[in-house]
Design a protein. Structure first.
Length: 190
């Protein structure tokens, strides 16, 4: 009897690990393969933490990738998407605007969406700023792109991506958290 219970428990743990770790991990990796090539006229930079008025390391990595992409494809306009958290002195969109313009990007290429509080809202509110488009480029951290692409599909967008690396200091934390967020997104579609 005990052997049967142990076998069932081990089997359930293996299935849980497969569902929680392996499937989302494959999706996270696969999403990074849809590399942007300037096809879309708009790119949405998804927000991340601002320390006071200074972009966090995660957000700086996203912004540096956005700068490189914008310089490579000068016709692309960028939507800077992110509201202001209770511990932030300015919105994530404003921090992005300041960083990008300080690094030479023309303000005419930037649209600010400063009300969102989640990835879904980032994309939803960005969509409200844009003309009718079939798709956009999403610029975010590598781990975040699977969920962002899934949510963009819910809004009717085709997407490609620009992947920013994840800072080593937060990599373990965000990879676990992102797997949970992916499950929530798959279930609730937001």
């Amino acid at each position: 009897m005990k052997k049967g219970i142990v076998t069932v428990v081990v089997l359930l743990l293996a299935i849980g690990a497969w569902m929680f770790w392996i499937i989302p991990g494959e999706r996270i990796q696969k999403a990074q393969q849809f590399k942007a090539d300037g096809t879309h006229d708009y790119a949405v930079i998804l927000g991340a933490k601002v320390n006071g008025k200074v972009p966090s390391l995660s957000l700086r990595y996203r912004l540096d990738e956005a700068l490189a992409y914008a310089n490579r494809y000068p016709h692309v306009k960028l939507v800077l998407s992110g509201g202001q958290g209770p511990d932030e002195d300015i919105s994530e969109a404003e921090a992005m605007y300041r960083y990008l313009t300080a690094h030479g990007l023309a303000k005419e290429r930037l649209l600010l969406e400063n009300q969102s509080t989640s990835t879904y809202e980032n994309l939803q509110f960005a969509q409200e700023l844009l003309p009718e488009v079939a798709g956009v480029t999403i610029i975010s951290s590598d781990f975040h792109l699977a969920r962002a692409r899934f949510l963009a599909r819910q809004l009717g967008w085709d997407t490609d991506v620009v992947a920013a690396k994840t800072p080593e200091v937060v990599k373990t934390k965000v990879l676990v958290r992102e797997r949970l967020a992916l499950f929530k997104t798959w279930v609730f579609r937001k």
